[in-house]
Design a protein around this ligand. Structure first.
Ligand code: DGL
Length: 272
């Protein structure tokens, strides 16, 4: 059996493409339909109710286009809206990114974990709960770094503004932790400056890779994997400015992942 339907992936903006890249590296023959809610980014400063509504909108838009699996490539939405998205998915498997981030942190740490994310993710305590459920006795310190989202959306990943912002947010964590979870899918875009500030002694965790492994396992479990022998399509839908998103997406995914299309979608009819 082969299932050529695309995997649906969504985020508030372009950050979730860091997860698309990881899925693509692992499962090159799967097609991906990505939705970036660029008209309403950021989600991380909004209330739980709003994040739930936006996430359900995005999920329903992808489900209406026949995706075989949903990946919530947004920590904010995964931390606040996973049960609601599952409720609306009508049996289509749903994977959030917090699960992968927690698993990767547990593998990497010697006992002192830092988590950086949006205000909403930090407020939810999702990483603390997940890490505590996985292993007792690990110290977790969390810090919101909201400006990193704007820098990533702007494509300012490795300049003096990004570096100064990283120092401002992260200097207090240096020497306190052995592992830092990039608990927002936008943050891997800023990995070079984050690594520079934290120094070589701190392992940086990008939940994308671990999430891609979870996707591979669940596709096999549910009999949903494709057996196609050539590269799948990568199509993007955005709620604002496709041209701007396409330029950023190309930069982010690199030359090895071709984007087949990037078009505008209105997701407001999919009321949450
Ligand atoms: N990329 C998202 C996350 O992983 C959300 C960023 C935002 O919209 O604030 O949390």
């Amino acid at each position: 059996m082969t299932d050529r339907r695309p995997i649906g992936v969504f985020d508030s903006g372009i950050g979730g493409l860091t997860v698309v890249k990881a899925i693509r590296d692992r499962l090159p023959n799967e097609s991906i339909l990505y939705l970036g809610d660029t008209a309403r980014v950021p989600y991380g400063t909004k209330s739980k109710e709003t994040v739930v509504r936006y996430s359900v909108n995005a999920a329903e838009a992808l489900l209406s286009r026949g995706v075989k699996m949903l990946v919530i490539a947004c920590n904010t939405a995964s931390a606040s809206a996973l049960p609601e998205v599952i409720d609306h998915a009508g049996g289509v498997p749903v994977i959030g990114v917090v699960e992968g981030g927690v698993a990767a942190a547990l593998k990497a740490t010697d006992g002192r974990v830092g988590v950086i994310g949006t205000e909403s993710t930090v407020r939810s305590g999702a990483y603390e709960k997940g890490i505590d459920a996985g292993r007792k006795g690990i110290t977790v310190v969390s810090r919101p770094c909201p400006l990193f989202v704007g820098l990533a959306e702007e494509g300012w990943s490795d300049n003096e503004v990004a570096l100064a912002t990283a120092h401002r947010y992260l200097d207090g964590l240096t020497g306190q932790i052995d592992t830092l979870v990039l608990g927002c899918t936008h943050y891997p875009v800023l990995k070079p400056v984050i690594a520079k500030v934290m120094g070589p002694g701190v392992k940086l965790i990008d939940s994308g890779e671990e999430t891609a492994q979870v996707v591979e396992r669940r596709l096999a479990e549910y009999g949903l994997a494709t057996t196609a022998d050539r590269a799948g399509r990568v199509e993007c839908l955005v709620t604002d400015s496709p041209e701007r998103s396409l330029a950023l997406a190309r930069r982010l995914l690199g030359a090895e992942v071709a984007i087949d299309s990037c078009s505008l979608i209105d997701i407001s009819p999919f009321a949450g």
